[in-house]
Design a protein around this ligand. Structure first.
Ligand SMILES: [Zn+2]
Ligand SMILES: [Zn+2]
Length: 175
């Protein structure tokens, strides 16, 4: 009989975040997030358009161009132009919209990607006390890390982790 390896809790909940991310219909980025209290799953979410509104697969992405600072350690000097899809509500924000404040006090969020600045700001005020992510997001890393430190929120990257098969879109750099 084949021996199955029992998954640790970090892997178990991060796998769920990646499974949730496969529900996303934005071709540019699939993000999933889950809320965990103790060892109990209290909510799952992914990035998507509001309910009843056409999503990226129906009406295409809603692209805006923004100028931003190059990520730390990059060769680029000066502002760089980036395209971003703004049609979707981010997974972390949907997670907050669909869970109760009282359930979030002292909880952990597992999210496939390091949260952007706006999501981090909202999470910092949400009652969540730990955030675990897998893929890095260098653009906002410095200010997000500083915010989490100030707020006393455990903030860690899950390394040595491999997402479940077929849960990652090919072009995750598109933003
Ligand atoms: Zn999109
Ligand atoms: Zn975000």
């Amino acid at each position: 009989m084949a021996q199955t390896v029992r998954k640790d809790w970090d892997t178990y909940f991060m796998d769920m975040a990646f499974m949730a991310s496969t529900r996303s219909r934005c071709p540019r980025r699939h993000v999933g997030a889950v809320l965990v209290q103790g060892k109990k799953l209290l909510g799952t979410a992914y990035n998507g358009a509001p309910m009843g509104v056409p999503d990226c697969s129906e009406d295409g992405c809603m692209i805006v161009e923004e100028f931003e600072n190059p990520p730390p350690g990059s060769e680029a000097t000066g502002l760089i132009k980036k395209q971003r899809c703004i049609r979707t509500i981010h997974a972390e924000q949907n997670l907050l919209l669909f869970t109760d404040r009282i359930d979030r006090e002292g909880s952990t969020v597992y999210v496939t990607d390091q949260p952007c600045w706006t999501c981090s700001n909202m999470l910092a005020n949400s009652g969540v006390t730990e955030i675990v992510y897998h893929r890095a997001y260098p653009k906002d890393q410095e200010k997000v890390t500083a915010l989490m430190r100030q707020r006393g929120i455990q903030f860690r990257q899950l390394d040595g982790y491999t997402p479940p098969p077929d849960t990652e879109v090919q072009d995750v750099s598109a933003g």
